[in-house]
Design a protein. Structure first.
Length: 367
């Protein structure tokens, strides 16, 4: 990793870190995952611990931390519930908080020349003074079709966005050592899933659809590279609101009823089924945007992630609407589980732990 002249401490492009906990701070909860290596040759991932701790309403807004104290307290509770000794964590920023740009530069440049070129490009594409941002970059590999050039990924975020998340960890008694970006972290975890596809998913177009509380995030991948990203403002909160309206409940009662499943008999037909159909339509719309704005005309697989991914029959409804094979993402299949983990519960929680899992993977040298 090159650093120094540009004050590069925005470390999400590094590939190795000390043992740490992956912490995903979403709009509705804090999700935490701790992994280790197991197996005779130390080549099997093992799920040691994980926790999902709800956040108070309005603690987060549009991916930004509104109440540092409330988020820190949820993080502290989750850490205590995990029962771990680790205090180093990897965090992630939402995609909207990060500006990324790929550039092509001549191969074999000296470090100083590459730093200068990155700084020049950053000044063109980043609408802030460089002393107001955390900046990082990495050589991705040879440029397509030209071995004399390399592709470099530049990424930057406003310093206060990074500092807010670091402060949450510090207030909870933890130390942030890595700052990633949510779609990149999810992508790292998804590689474990992709490797189980026929031929490792080679040359397949795969849509990773993360359905959270407040929105849908679409990341279309091909051979491990993101070729398209899109966010749409429709998520699990819409279901909570419909439960609230339909059954005359408070927001807190509606959320609790949604999680427990303790709802009247007409819930499925009157509320859940329309929500699932609308959700499937949103996914189909996102794919249409993908087709019309890129050269691609088909998707081979859809993988559902996020808290809504485990809604019964949602995968079948999405598959019927899009005419694309649809699966629920579980990065923990094939991993060893510690005695603390309940397999059935982990399977239910797995789709919402994709980002936290990807962050936890930063503990290991995966080059």
């Amino acid at each position: 990793m090159l650093n120094g002249k540009l004050d590069i401490d925005f470390t999400f492009l590094q590939t190795r870190s000390p043992s740490l906990i992956g912490v995903d701070i979403s709009s509705s909860s804090v999700k935490m995952v701790e992994l280790s290596m197991a197996g005779k040759n130390g080549n099997v991932y093992r799920v040691e611990r994980y926790a999902i701790e709800p956040l108070p309403r309005d603690a987060m807004l549009d991916g930004n931390i509104v109440s540092l104290e409330a988020v820190s307290e949820s993080l502290r509770r989750g850490w205590k519930r995990m029962g771990t000794r680790l205090k180093t964590v990897a965090l992630a920023l939402p995609a909207a908080a990060v500006i990324t740009k790929k550039i092509i530069v001549p191969a074999g440049q000296r470090e100083d020349d590459l730093l200068f070129q990155v700084e020049t490009e950053a000044n063109q594409y980043i609408p802030f003074a460089l002393d107001e941002v955390n900046l990082d970059f990495q050589v991705v590999g040879p440029a397509p079709g030209n071995l004399e050039e390399v592709e470099v990924l530049i990424a930057a975020s406003r310093k206060e966005k990074v500092e807010d998340r670091v402060a949450v960890a510090l207030t909870a008694g933890l130390k942030a050592v890595v700052m990633d970006v949510e779609p990149y972290a999810a992508q790292a975890a998804f590689e474990l899933i992709e490797n189980r596809l026929p031929d490792g998913g080679k040359d397949q177009i795969i849509a990773l659809v993360d359905i959270g509380a407040t929105g849908i995030s679409i990341n279309v991948l091909c051979n491990g590279q993101s070729v398209y990203m899109r966010n749409q403002p429709f998520g699990g909160d819409h279901l909570t609101q419909e439960i609230q309206r339909h059954f005359n409940l408070t927001p807190e009662e509606a959320e609790a009823a949604k999680r427990s499943g303790e709802l009247p008999d007409n819930y499925k037909s009157s509320v859940l089924q329309p929500f699932r159909e609308t959700l499937a339509l949103e996914v189909a719309r996102a794919l249409q945007f993908f087709f019309t704005s890129t050269q691609f005309t088909a998707v081979n697989y859809i993988f559902l992630a996020g808290g809504c991914a485990v809604i019964p029959e949602l995968d079948e409804i999405v598959a019927a609407r899009t005419q694309v094979g649809t699966l629920v993402a579980n990065p923990f299949i094939g991993m060893d589980l510690s005695s603390r983990i309940t397999p059935k519960q982990l399977s239910a929680d797995a789709p919402s732990l994709l980002v936290a899992c990807g962050l936890a993977l930063r503990s290991f040298d995966r080059s």
